[in-house]
Design a protein around this ligand. Sequence first.
Ligand SMILES: [Zn+2]
Ligand SMILES: [Zn+2]
Length: 250
Amino acid sequence: MLRPFWVDLHVHTLLSPCGELEMGAPEIAEKAREAGLDIIGIADHNSCENFPGVSEAAKGNPVVLPCIETQSAEDIHILCVFPNYDTALAYKKWLWKRIRPIPNDVDTFGYQIVVDACNNIVKEEETLLIQGAGYEVDQIVAKVHEVGAVAILAHVDRPAFSYPAALGPMPADYPADAFELSRRLNYEEAQKWRERYPAPRAFIRSSDSHSLDTLSRANCTKMTLAEPTFEEIRKALRGEEGRRISWPWG
Ligand SMILES: [Zn+2]
Ligand SMILES: [Zn+2]
């Protein structure tokens, strides 16, 4: 039976240098549960290593999916959503062939910490995560599809780190699975995107949370699914078998 699920695929943790230290594994799981979110994606910059900790802390409520917010050579952010952690790690291995060994400067950018389900520190990531990898956006989208994952152009409305900021308007048939809009948009602003890129182009809204207070149903996307899984989300993005995405500003 199909029913609505609240989905936020873009949540940072304390592994992202810009993520607040309060974005620990049990804290994210608990706040997402409190906020009534059914599925969250753990999406740190160029990495996914806090997925196991958050996933274990959440114990299936909410369901946690491994994601990576990849930064391309053109400084475009692509939200990559993976069916499982092994696939995310295989993709990350490919990505990191072209990540430069620039050390993180904690004073300038912030800590980059990997934790387990109880917030014990597993490691501190020493390579700066907010850098453009040596792959262009088209190569990244193609690779994500090759590994069986989903590629979403992140915050396309934003004046920095977005496809339009780097390359101008997206072609209508650009081979991404969806475009993401920021939670900051109001109804009219969002409506313009809908008109510019009509259905079947899929849009999602995500919180892009760097702190706990933005985890909320008001900042995410309602999807009609049979169950809270990656495959069901993919069907919803394609509008298959009755699965669908509700227009977030509807
Ligand atoms: Zn971003
Ligand atoms: Zn982000």
